[in-house]
Design a binder for this molecule. Sequence first.
Ligand code: ADP
Ligand code: ZN
Length: 520
Amino acid sequence: MSDRARTILDNVFGYTDFRGQQEAIIEQLEQGDDALVLMPTGGGKSLCYQIPALLRPGTAIVISPLIALMQDQVDGLNLLGVRAAALHSGIPYGEQDQIQEDLVRGEYDLIYVSPERLLTHRMLELLDHIQVALFAIDEAHCVSQWGHDFRPEYLQLSILHERYPNVPRIALTATADQRTREEIAERLNLSGARFFISSFDRPNIFYRLAQKRNAKKQLLDFILKDHAGQSGIVYCLSRRKVDELAAWLQNQGVAALPYHAGLDTETRSRHQHQFQTTDNLVMVATIAFGMGVDKPDVRFVAHMDMPRSIEAYYQETGRAGRDGLAATAWLVYGLQDVIILGQMLVQSGMNQAMQQLERQRLTAMLGFCEVTGCRREALLGYFGELREGKCGNCDLCVEPVSTWDATEAARKALSNVYRTGQRFGVNHLVDVLLGKTNKRVKELGHQSVSTFGVGKELSQPIWRSVYRQLVARGYVTVTSESHGGLLLTEKCRQLLRGEETLELRRDRYEVHEKITVGPT
Ligand code: ADP
Ligand code: ZN
């Protein structure tokens, strides 16, 4: 490997060693070959094209879909003395002209552009007149029509190869599944590229997930027991919850600050600064907090509500333990979260196909909450990474859950959904199974459906758990129209016909409640 790369790493960026596959990737580009890089967020993708940009003659063109991130990168590079600029619609015209003039004169090592800008006639003509060191296509998964970040302009980026066949290209993404990977290679014409696939594993993060009961108290217990006086991030779905929880934690003696987009800019940056510069502060935040947070000693990330997808969960929990020391990803969830997120989806104005896809991601996330094996195995498996055996560093490895034969119970639960007309939520459904003659049941006449009172052998929390797990496994879906009503899916046919058996996990708190059952 060229010593020059190492010298740049040290002199320009101030780092002593390459991380993971950075060195091999840089070498690949330096030689003029293409690369497809799959690396988790925070893994260090930027250096993979920034160093080759400095090694190769000419200007590197970096295509990035997010203007805010583009500007961050440029500012960071300028601070390091690297000649970089961005071209996008947010830059005043006069300034754009100046940048373009300088570009032609060869004054830049890197130019960041949005895909739509790159594809303009003017820009392509400009490129014909300069020496291009390489093309870096960031967030390359935006070519995938099935992903939720799809950007139609990305599809046209294949022209880069046709127009500039001798310029090496590097496509980078943190989205790992096999299908997206193949789509990127195909659509960007990268069949000859070498693939650099990094593991998504974060071995120092301990995963702990539990059902929501008294969420605030569960959180406090967790913080006091495992992370007293340490830095952490607590994510909530709504701004109101953020404010409430931050105040409540302060009352309980935990140093905590709120962060969400409803706070004014000054307060936000003050809170972020405090978090960044101290080592004992808990930031209670919406997902507005995180982009650009690069604090190495975040000891825990807690979720008071289920994130909308495993991708989001991975990214948010990934902010814990960047320093490599032990950290915890903690989460409490309930079926209510799925209902609320489903409703937000309907209100989002997304088209039907996208909503469908998002709903699948949501179910996958609930599925992850409900796994019975190793969390890490499930998480990495979702990203297409196979991992053998137990990790020994997650709640389910340390305290395995037991399962029970829930075939009969599941059949009752599903018939109950059917008999009551597939539009009621879990609370009502469980009331019917338990044979409760409350006002709602009487009004609806549900004391006369055949499943009324057939579930008295199990308790209310167990029935709730059954329904939640049936959703997680795709036997029923939560409809978005009638507030959390459950609907049967194709999948339950076999189970209802008695052609399939079903093992469900015994919820942790059920075990605790039955005092006779010791830890397994
Ligand atoms: P990604 O784009 O993959 O999310 P970044 O390129 O933003 O990740 O890098 C994440 C962080 O890691 C940045 O703060 C970056 O400076 C740092 N970093 C990257 N490579 C190295 C390295 N070889 N040594 C030390 N820190 C690094
Ligand atoms: Zn494990």
